[in-house]
Each structure stands twice: as C-alpha cells, then as structure tokens.
Design a protein around this ligand. Structure first.
Ligand code: MN
Length: 292
C-alpha cells in the first residue's frame, strides 16, 4: 500500500544565539532511521568575534556537521582541532562521553549555512570510547541534472568513508528537474528542503520542511522547478527506545542524571582546564524523564 510522504514543519529554536529550524524530533515523528535530531540553519551573517557554541557534553550519539556555506572550527576533549568547510564532514562519536565546541570563522567566510544531525548510537556502541573523524572529501557524482554528495552510507554506488554503527544514509543533492532515485526498501527516509520549489512523489515540500517516507519503497521521485538544494537522510528503523535530554541521548532517567552530575562536577568529559573558554552549564532536570 502506498503511503504519501509526511511533510513535517520546522520549529524555531536557538542554539547559543544561532537561530535554527528544527525538524527532528517532531511531535509526529521521533526518528528517521537512527537520526534523532535535525537542526537546519542560515544563511546567517556571523559577527566578527562570535564565540560560537561553548564547550558542552554529549553521550550516546554521533554529531554530523555538514555545511552548505561558511567556515567553522571544531575542538573537542580528545584534543581534536579541526576546521571544516562545505563539502567536508565532521563526525563525532560521543560514546560514553565527550566535550566539544564549535566556533564560526567569519574572517574566512562571512555567513554560515548548514545542518547538524544527531544520530543515536545502538546499545553495542553507546558505552564505548569517544571518537572524532574529519573527511576532507566525500564521493561526488551526478545523475541527470543533479549533483550528489554522499557523506554517510551508500547511495547510487557511492560509499562515504565515514563510520556508521547502524545502516544509514546521508546525501546532499543540488540540481533541478525530475528524477527517480533507487533507495533501500528496508530504510525509512527524510528529505529536507534547503532551497527551491521541491516535490517528492508530486507532494510539495516547502523550504525548511522535512518529508518523511516509510520503509517499503524502492524508488523516490524528486522534482524541482528551478534550482534546488535538498538533503536526503535515511536508515533502518531504530527500534531502541530513546531518552533525549539536553545534549544527552540515553535510555533511562538515572543515566541522564548521572551524566548531568558528572558534567557539573567536571568529571568524565575531559579536562576543563584545557578548554579555550567557559563550559556551558547544564539546566536543571525538572521531574522524572521517560523514554519514548
Ligand atoms: Mn554539540
């Protein structure tokens, strides 16, 4: 039975002064494959001297940083110091705990524009060591009038070098006109529209919206009237129940509470003395947290 794409509207949120459009988690959909968080931002002018996002912790997830425009610097508690530019991928695997900070570089590029995803780690990996990888190049190919950059997983024969712990996909597509893409029928998919007049299976998907597609499809029909930029994500449905709070992805209230206590005590997330600026304090936990 054919189910049309479910079009999800973004909500506005603020990340350390940066205004973002958030489409995951959504009231109507928690995850797409292992993707549990989708922030889409810009283009925004960055004031010179902007300090970016101060040191903050993560557990249980991977952060996926992908820019359309701009220049950022990533630092973390493993000692990574890495600049990132459009077409490059930063993939940070938090495991049992990591701290990072992200600072825009307006002297290199005056505007920022991009996406940041969180990917939930499966039980077998989420308690493991933190890791960071940067990929200066990802596979680029073309189909019809579309240019395809495969930054996670495999798409149309291109394979990203990035480490995945659950079957998943992440690609940026730039182009125009109609085309039919083969996709993995075991995956659910999400199409985020950054710009253009875009239709998925003839359903209009406004800019900033995310069109979610259930498993069971072996092709997706994409069309853009004029030039468009979209990001296609996907993955095998993630069956573990997640508990997300602040920057933590876990399973139980106790785990979240322990991570928060450790962060506030300066324990378990690296050495705060080696960080370039003051850390972000955790908000209080109000009430008992429940997985969904
Ligand atoms: Mn972060």
């Amino acid at each position: 039975m054919y189910t049309p794409p479910q079009v999800l509207a973004p909500r506005a949120a603020d990340v350390s002064g940066l205004e973002i459009r958030r489409t995951l988690p959504h009231a109507h959909r928690r995850t797409i494959g292992p993707y549990c968080f989708l922030d889409h931002y810009g283009p925004h002018a960055v004031p010179v001297g902007d300090r970016g996002v101060p040191p903050h912790p993560h557990i249980g997830l991977q952060t996926v940083t992908w820019l359309f425009e701009g220049a950022m610097h990533h630092g973390d508690s493993l000692g990574s110091e890495q600049d990132i530019r459009p077409g490059q991928l930063n993939l940070m695997t938090a495991g049992r705990g990591i701290t990072h900070w992200e600072v825009p570089q307006p002297e290199v590029a005056p505007r920022v524009h991009g996406v940041q995803f969180w990917v939930a780690l499966p039980e077998a990996r989420r308690h493991g060591e933190p890791a960071f990888e940067h990929h200066a190049r990802v596979p680029v190919s073309g189909v019809g009038s579309w240019v395809i950059q495969t930054f996670l997983g495999e798409f149309l024969g291109d394979r990203s070098p990035a480490t995945a712990h659950h079957p998943m996909l992440g690609v940026e597509l730039n182009g125009y006109g109609g085309t039919k893409f083969p996709v993995d029928p075991t995956f659910e998919h999400g199409l985020l529209v950054d710009s253009g007049t875009v239709f998925l299976d003839d359903v209009p998907v406004p800019v900033g919206h995310l069109a979610a597609v259930d498993p069971g499809r072996d092709t997706l029909m994409l069309r853009a009237d004029g030039f468009a930029r979209v990001v296609l994500i996907g993955g095998a449905p993630f069956s573990e129940r997640l508990l997300m709070w602040w920057n933590f992805v876990a399973r139980t209230h106790e785990e979240i509470e322990a991570a928060r206590t450790d962060w506030e005590a300066g324990r378990g997330f690296g050495d705060p003395a080696s960080w370039p600026m003051a850390r972000l304090p955790a908000p209080p936990i109000s009430g008992r947290l429940h997985p969904r």
